[in-house]
Ligand binder design. Structure first.
Ligand code: GTP
Ligand code: MG
Ligand code: ZN
Length: 331
């Protein structure tokens, strides 16, 4: 993209945006304003913390503000934006345009449609972190994230962390095998001892990967191990249940791997309020692969449906039915 003389555009640009901010937001931008905006180079949002935004622009992380016309826009970590660079030392970069998202991880507070939140944009994969000593709850959470990731165009990986806390690894192995059989990459780690962390790290090469998981499963502990200069706050031993240590999302680079990793705040629930019940089966890979030719079949007892006991793991089928019921209720 050709570089442009920013200074000479400044006045005109401010004028456009001053006018724009006085107009209704639905009014289209003038062609001239659009052309000017398109001359700015893209950057990538790497930090969002209560209105404070950090943008990666030409290899540097800059504090950024929104241009007047973009006031009220919400960006998330991973978003691609056009950036007007700072004009002097104390100036902030300006975000002048939010570019289209390739992938998106959406969640809602519950399974009703309200309160939609974007966890991360444009990530290649989401790594669901579960605690090895709380796998029961964790697996239900994982099944929900897998649906949302599939809807949003992202791969899901599973990280079973805190493996140092379990003596008998039978359940860990069983769950690892179950998800591997579905094509999910599974990593077994301990952020405490370092077990499995290097193997997991290598899988992140050349990609953007976002962590998600319940609070306290060790997302930030893993992040700090993988990005040693991060130094993010980790929960004190003994804190548990509903306390969220990490309150903002942050992306950082593992330079040796060219891997971007996004640490996110823990979530209590992962609602799927934006998914229609009739679409759910398409986002369960075992059901999507089913040789069932019935029109619009959602494999929920329709006569002639080809779902059998061997089509899908019983726990996954239960998960599907539970989610289907929840989405029907929310719809
Ligand atoms: N034994 C053990 N403890 C761990 C491990 N990973 C993290 N912890 C501990 O678990 C607690 C929570 O870790 P965090 O890294 O803050 O968890 P988090 O997932 O980032 O939590 P939120 O930020 O609230 O979402 C801390 O006391 C960590 O020291 C692990 O692999 N083994
Ligand atoms: Mg954390
Ligand atoms: Zn069917």
């Amino acid at each position: 993209m050709p570089r442009i003389d920013i200074e000479s555009l400044e006045d005109e640009w401010e004028e456009d945006h001053h006018l724009l901010s006085q107009r209704r937001r639905s009014d289209p931008l003038s062609q001239a304003a659009k052309d000017r905006i398109e001359d700015y180079d893209p950057g990538r949002i790497v930090a969002v913390d209560k209105g404070h935004v950090g943008v990666l622009y030409e290899g540097e992380v800059l504090p950024a503000r929104f241009s007047g016309a973009m006031r009220g826009t919400k960006v998330v970590v991973g978003d691609r934006v056009r950036v007007r660079p700072p004009r002097h030392e104390t100036d902030a970069a300006r975000i002048v345009e939010l570019l289209e998202r390739d992938t998106i991880l959406l969640r809602t507070a519950d399974d009703a449609l309200e309160d939609e939140r974007v966890v991360v944009a444009n990530a290649d994969a989401v790594a669901v972190v579960l605690a090895a000593d709380h796998l029961d709850n964790g697996v239900r959470f994982l099944d929900r994230v897998m649906v949302s990731a599939s809807v949003g165009g992202m791969a899901t990986a599973l990280v079973i962390n805190k493996v140092d806390l379990v003596d008998d690894r039978g359940e860990v192995d069983e769950i690892a095998d179950r998800y591997r059989a579905m094509g999910v990459e599974v990593w077994v780690t301990s952020a405490e001892t370092g077990e499995g962390v290097d193997e997991f790290a290598r899988s992140l090469t050349d990609a953007w990967t976002a962590f998600t998981g319940h609070s306290g499963v060790g997302k930030t502990s893993l992040f700090n191990r993988l990005v040693p200069e991060a130094g993010r706050e980790v929960a004190e031993i003994g804190r548990f249940g509903g306390r969220h240590t990490t309150v903002s999302a942050r992306a950082m680079l593992i330079p040796s791997l060219d891997a971007w990793l996004v640490d996110t705040p823990g979530v209590r629930s992962f609602g799927l309020g934006t998914t229609r019940p009739e679409d759910l089966a398409q986002h369960f890979p075992e059901l999507a692969a089913l040789a069932c030719d019935l029109d619009d079949c959602i494999h929920d007892g329709e006569p002639g449906c080809r779902l059998t006991e061997t089509s899908i793991h019983p726990a996954r089928l239960e998960s599907y039915r539970r989610l289907l019921a929840a989405l029907r209720e929310g719809a």
